[in-house]
Design a protein around this ligand. Structure first.
Ligand code: BG6
Length: 490
């Protein structure tokens, strides 16, 4: 059973305090941590937003969201009473220099405690809010700032934001969040690779045939469509979440779990990615956009029908073939795919090992399936290793693949906390290992920038796929051309 160690008293100031992320993720996460005794009675959560709301109205809004976001039976009246006492709402427009008075007043006299500013807003506000804290004398000794993704829309804008925030905060105070790094299974990848000697000798070219990373969502874009249409799947999911997964699968063993060692190793992976430019975007990438279809027998509309303009070439699906140019991975492709309105919510990493070099079994009779290590991120987090085994029986010698299955939830007997719970506690403790360093974010953007330039130069088409499928046909062809297929097979 996990231990819950209380964090020191804090003020958590959330910009975008009435927004979707705060309501769906941040406040439920803090509610859970309070319920488990990690948050002291005098800690405060201060939501900042542009809407004219009283603290009472904000509390009511939070109560409604929690009822929705929490699991059945979790919204306990006594817990809610405790939680709501910690909530305050401040109306402020971050871009209006004259509108900081109320926040200054609320924070005054609380300079000794941990102060965290969480920017759950558009990235255009990151710089101005950071500067506002400095010019309004709100910076304290024990302070950190959390930046939600996306951090800009290309490497230049990311650099500009980093520079601007860097004028008020030191790098070790800046927590760039990628909530995939807070997922238990993602962290378990580190345990699997570096707390076991079993896999390391095989974790390389010569033993691994290829790696697949799938992050599939059955949901569409929902209320974020105007934002999403400017961004697309590559910027929304690949530049951050999928790149981080590639890094954790591909990186060398860090010298320790210290944040600098882990992040140094991840950065080396990002710098070893072969650029995908105009000459190879067509062969190595697929862009898709969903049309109407059905998911779990429910009819859903297409992307264009959801857009007011009815026109867009933004991709809601992307598949890529990556090459990592280093000694460990040279020649081993990494196939990535992610998309909205796919058949199911389903995220996993598949490490496909090579065929046995020589079969002692009658090849005409026995098809020996290569070993496969599957790391499931969602749903049902766990690890599954497929191995060949002899079918039991007194006669003959029949082979078949069987699975060594480890479900984390069953094994540890707990429901996994949401990744934001873990990440918020790490921020409050000042532990940056699960957050992205400036150079990592910028390196990931540089790689993505080249790919986008390639798409623009070649005017790479967006192919349609029916909602409820696994993406456009070209996504299967991407692997088919190499004699491979996505797992599970389409
Ligand atoms: C977010 C993206 O970062 O991750 C969303 O902006 C996406 O578009 C979400 O839906 C997926 O997160 P999860 O944890 O549900 O896989």
């Amino acid at each position: 059973m996990a231990k819950f160690v209380p964090v020191d008293t804090f003020d958590l100031v959330i910009y975008g305090g009435t927004g979707d992320l705060a309501m769906r993720k941040l406040l439920p996460a803090m509610f859970h941590r309070m319920r488990d005794g990690q948050i002291s009675e005098d800690s405060r959560i201060i939501a900042v937003g542009r809407n004219a709301l009283s603290t009472d109205a904000f509390r009511e809004m939070t109560a409604q969201s929690l009822r929705h976001a929490l699991r059945d039976g979790e919204f306990h009246a006594s817990h809610w009473e405790e939680f709501q006492a910690r909530l305050t709402y401040v109306q402020a427009d971050a871009l209006d220099h004259g509108a900081w008075g109320d926040l200054c007043q609320v924070l005054q006299g609380f300079e000794d405690r941990i102060r965290v500013v969480y920017l759950a807003t558009a990235p255009t506000l990151f710089g101005p809010v950071a500067t506002g804290f400095r010019t309004n004398n709100l910076l304290t000794d024990n302070m950190r700032i959390v930046l939600e993704k996306p951090l800009g829309h290309d490497s230049e804008s990311a650099r500009a934001i980093n520079d601007e925030v860097g004028e008020s905060f030191a790098e070790n105070q800046i927590f760039r969040i990628d909530h995939y790094l807070g997922k238990e299974t993602v962290q378990n990848l580190l345990a699997l690779r570096f707390a076991n000697s079993l896999f390391e000798p095989l974790w390389r070219r010569g033993a691994v045939d290829h790696v697949q990373i799938t992050v599939a969502e059955d949901l569409g874009v929902g209320g974020r469509i105007d934002f999403y249409d400017q961004v697309g799947a590559l910027r929304d999911m690949v530049q951050n979440h999928l790149m981080q997964l590639v890094c954790l699968v591909a990186m060398e063993a860090p010298t320790s779990l210290s944040h600098e060692s882990v992040r140094d190793e991840k950065l080396k992976v990002l710098r070893s990615l072969r650029p995908i430019t105009a000459s190879d975007v067509k062969a190595h990438t697929v862009r898709g956009q969903y049309t109407s279809g059905a998911i779990n027998s429910t009819a859903v509309t297409g992307y264009l029908e959801e857009l007011e303009s009815g026109e867009s070439t933004t991709e809601t699906f992307v598949a890529l073939k990556l090459q990592i140019e280093n000694w460990r991975w040279s020649g081993v492709p990494f196939y990535l795919r992610t998309g909205k309105r796919l058949k199911a919510k389903h995220s996993e990493i598949v490490v496909q090992f090579q065929h046995v070099p020589h079969s002692i079994f009658d090849e005409a009779k026995y098809d020996i399936t290569p070993n496969r290590l599957l790391i499931r991120l969602q749903p049902d987090e766990g690890v599954n290793l497929s191995v060949m085994a002899k079918e039991p029986g007194p006669g003959g010698f029949d082979l078949r693949p069987v699975s060594l299955n480890l479900s984390f939830e069953e094994t540890f007997g707990i429901q996994y906390p949401d990744s934001y719970e873990r990440l918020l506690m790490e921020v409050l403790r000042g532990q940056p290992a699960l957050f992205m360093r400036r150079d990592e974010v910028e390196a990931a953007w540089q790689w993505v920038d080249q790919l986008i330039a390639g798409w623009e130069e070649t005017r790479q088409k967006v192919e349609s796929y029916v909602a409820g499928s696994w993406g456009p046909t070209s996504s299967s062809l991407l692997l088919d051309r190499d004699g491979r297929n996505w797992y599970p097979e389409n």
